[in-house]
Write a protein that binds this ligand. Structure first.
Ligand SMILES: Nc1ncnc2c1ncn2[C@@H]1O[C@H](COP(=O)(O)OP(=O)(O)OP(=O)(O)O)[C@@H](O)[C@H]1O
Length: 255
């Protein structure tokens, strides 16, 4: 199955017939088997699927963190496939933002310094108006001088969200961003991600195992055994859960 959106819509990211094979001989694992998927600008897409179905591999290939064995990746108007080290560094610096399950903040830096770090590394000056908007949207104004250890998990993840948004990247990739948070902090982070899509036209691609987290997205793409097997638009926790159950049934029947 090929997951597509309306023709002519502006694409923030695209995979065309992407294959990813790890290892060789008996140790060979085919993690992605001809995945074609498009991510429209200013939309929030969740990627779901059983453990080992290829979610992280797909996200890493899209973000230029891992190379593809075959096929093509685009981020905006940039062809990721075939980029050398310098091109990949530029892509990661200018076009993509990341949010990880473990927050990945630098412990010795304040919240503000963490938020500004990718821009400082890129030698770019922050846009003060945009930065103020981001800081206010994530509700961190009174925490900017705190270090990560002085912040709750939810606050640390909001710093990580602000860091990803600060450079206004083409796409933010979020890998289980609520995996380490209680449901209330998780909801805060998800609401914030939603607002960044609705109010600031950010594009977000999020890997999650959680049907409630996925229901914050505009669309859910389901992977099983390295292939896209289903898709939902305007998901609810119930429709996501139903689709997961059906896919579990199919996967078990196929084994
Ligand atoms: N570096 C690697 N070397 C070899 N095999 C790998 C490597 N990374 C992933 N794999 C394999 O590729 C397949 C897909 O892995 P991937 O991590 O993308 O799945 P996932 O859907 O993200 O799983 P999970 O939900 O458990 O995080 C798995 O069979 C995994 O063991």
């Amino acid at each position: 199955m090929t997951a597509t959106v309306a023709r002519g819509a502006a694409m923030a990211a695209r995979a065309d017939d992407v294959w990813k094979v790890y290892g060789s001989g008996e140790a060979q694992v085919v993690a992605l088997r001809g995945v074609s998927v498009e991510f429209e600008r200013a939309r929030f897409t969740a990627i779901m699927g059983p453990s080992g179905s290829g979610k992280s591999t797909l996200m890493h290939c899209l973000a230029g963190l891992d190379s593809v064995t075959r096929g093509t990746i685009h981020i905006g108007d940039m062809t990721v496939t075939g980029l050398g080290d310098a091109g990949l560094t530029k892509l990661r610096r200018d076009k993509v933002g990341f949010i990880f399950q473990q927050f990945n903040l630098l412990p010795t830096l304040t919240a503000q310094e963490n938020i500004l770090l990718p821009l400082s590394i890129a030698g770019r000056k922050p846009d003060p108006d945009w930065l103020a908007t981001v800081v206010d949207t994530v509700g961190l104004r009174d925490r900017l001088n705190h270090r990560p250890a002085q912040l709750s998990g939810g606050q640390q993840q909001r710093v990580a969200c602000a860091r990803a948004l600060a450079s206004r990247p083409e796409v933010i990739f979020a890998d289980e961003p609520t995996g380490n948070l209680d449901s209330r902090s998780g909801a805060e982070v998800l609401n914030f991600l939603r607002r960044s899509v609705a109010e600031h036209q950010q594009t977000i691609v999020m890997v999650t195992h959680d049907p409630v987290a996925a229901s914050y997205a505009d669309r859910v793409v389901f992977l099983a055994d390295g292939q896209i097997v289903s898709e939902l638009v305007e998901p609810t926790p119930d429709t996501v859960l139903d689709t997961m159950k059906k896919l579990d049934g199919l996967t078990e029947a196929g084994q």
